[in-house]
Write a protein that binds this ligand. Structure first.
Ligand SMILES: Cc1ncc(COP(=O)(O)O)c(C=O)c1O
Length: 504
């Protein structure tokens, strides 16, 4: 399958159109409009005095503009998206359709609870399902991302130690060196001193090193399982018991829950807090830090610290309860990112328990299939060997390719774009040199995985015949190689039209 991305010289929408051109004629705020709720008219004091500086275009111009832009983009609907750790599953369209039903989108969080029983039931049920899947006592749906779930979990750990009068002694949070960068950031933001625990030679946490740093100062351990190398942590019970023995709490970064769905549960392993990345596991959109959802589950002794309001069923109806004197408060407005949570509810409803187990198995199979196939190619080294079974993802290293041919992981990932494949995550986990982190999920069929392997094979061959072409990739995309440093530095990053104008 050949690939060449469309390339349009497409101006910004603010540069298009003419004053007075219209797409639709909407009622003005001064006139009243008839709705299903009766005649509505904006109060005079909130009526706009001067027109907004918005682009003025006809409908067809807007459609063409965004269609062209979409042709210069890549999405999970186009092909493989093997972004390790931050992966994208296919998002079934039915879930989008249901979440966009007017009966849900027209609700307002300030409505009286009696008039929103349907959505409260959906959220309450989803919380119960997630508690069941993770083996936790109670779940909060409030956090808007995995990282916010971590932060909430860390605040709850702090609240627990404070409740027990020990927060001055419990200042240290232990985090393995293979953890996602958000873990140490969340722990630090919650006021802990983060101590990094090294991985052992088998890719799992080094138990002896963990014992050395564990003390009465240990507030807790944040553990990602399966870890970012794709390994299910060995000695998990020994780890949780070790921390509990010093009155610490164990936090489960459940972003990688996908391969263990229906197989095992953090609660059964002895964990006190777990967060779930809804967008990674339950097939909802994910992008740029949101919109997402990162619910957390807690054990019974931590339930009193969960954010408010809680949705409670009183035997007759769902009610919102603020009655939690020990709650850490709110982490986000209202009940969380409802539109995303509804999609997760639909996904769970459509898969059912059997379907979830199948998703876990196929995602594991896909990751191991890719690892096996890629390990047979020259240049793609497999840290920790290919013998031990991976779960959801696998990590390769191109350090020998870099040393011998000057081709970096970044170059390989850019060349993959030329094949119409999204790049894997690169340079993470940081403990692997020139890392390529690959997470295929269960969304892709064998043919698509084979297309990826073939693309990697072509890159391996090209490394011998034309290495410079890889170093200058991509060539077939609408935008060529960008300066990675400039694209992410606050002084040179251009995140909006206003910033662009102010700098040009
Ligand atoms: C292991 C792990 N922990 C935490 C996170 C942070 O999640 P989010 O990107 O939703 O903040 C991720 C990202 O997907 C992750 O892979």
């Amino acid at each position: 399958m050949g690939f060449r991305q469309s390339s349009w010289v497409e101006p910004c929408i603010f540069e298009l159109g003419y004053r007075g051109r219209k797409g639709h004629t909407l009622p003005t705020a001064e006139k009243s409009i008839t709705t299903e709720f009766g005649e509505l008219k904006a109060p005079r004091k909130i009526q706009r005095k001067s027109p907004l500086a918005l682009p003025e275009l006809s409908e067809v111009e807007v459609v063409r503009h965004f269609t062209r832009l979409s042709q210069m983009n890549y999405s999970v609907d186009l092909g493989l998206y093997p972004l390790g750790s931050c992966t994208m599953k296919y998002n079934p369209k039915i879930n989008d359709k249901l979440a966009n039903a007017p009966s849900l989108t027209r609700l307002h969080p300030y409505q009286n609870g009696e008039t929103v029983q349907g959505i409260l039931e959906i959220l309450h049920t989803l919380g119960k399902w997630l508690a069941e899947i993770t083996g936790m006592f109670e779940v909060s749906l409030q956090p808007a991302a995995g990282a916010q779930g971590e932060f909430l979990g860390a605040l709850i750990m702090r609240a627990h130690h404070k409740f027990n009068g020990k927060h001055n002694d419990k200042k240290e949070l232990l985090i393995p060196d293979s953890a996602h960068g958000t873990n140490p950031a969340s722990g630090t933001m919650a006021g802990f001193k983060v101590l990094i625990v090294p991985s052992g030679s088998n890719g799992s946490i080094n138990i002896e090193a963990l014992k050395t740093v564990t003390s009465k100062r240990t507030a807790g351990l944040m553990l990602t399982n399966p870890n970012t190398l794709g390994f299910f942590e060995e000695n998990i019970r020994e780890i949780t018991e070790l921390i509990h023995e010093v009155d610490g709490l164990v936090y489960y970064d459940g972003a990688n829950l996908n391969p263990i769905l229906g197989k095992t549960r953090p609660g059964d392993m002895g964990f006190d807090v777990v967060h779930i990345n809804i967008h990674k596991t339950f097939s909802t959109p994910h992008g740029g830090g949101g919109p997402g959802a990162g619910p957390i589950g807690v054990s019974e002794r931590l339930e009193k610290f969960l954010p408010v309001p809680r949705i409670v069923y009183d035997g007759k109806q769902y009610v919102l309860s603020d009655q939690k004197p020990h709650s850490i408060g709110k982490i986000r407005s209202f009940y969380g990112n409802v539109a995303v949570l509804v999609r997760a509810y639909c996904y769970l409803l459509s898969l059912g328990a059997e379907g979830l187990i199948a998703a876990a198995e196929v995602s594991t199979l896909n990751a191991n299939y890719l690892l096996k196939k890629l390990s047979e190619l020259k240049w793609f080294d497999v840290p920790f060997g290919s013998e031990r079974l991976r779960k959801h993802e696998c990590v390769l290293s191109v350090k020998s390719l870099f040393r011998e041919k000057g081709i970096r992981a970044l170059d390989v990932s850019k060349r993959l774009l030329d094949e119409g494949i999204h790049a894997p995550t690169v340079y993470f986990p940081t403990i692997i040199e020139e890392a390529l982190m690959i997470e295929p999920t269960e969304s892709f069929e064998k043919e698509e995985l084979d297309r990826f392997v073939d693309a990697m094979r072509r890159i391996a061959e090209e490394a011998e015949s034309n290495p410079d072409k890889i170093r200058r990739a991509p060539h077939n995309t609408s935008i060529g190689r960008i300066d990675e440093a400039k694209a992410s530095h606050p002084l040179t990053l251009v995140p909006s039209w206003r910033v662009f104008k102010s700098r040009s």
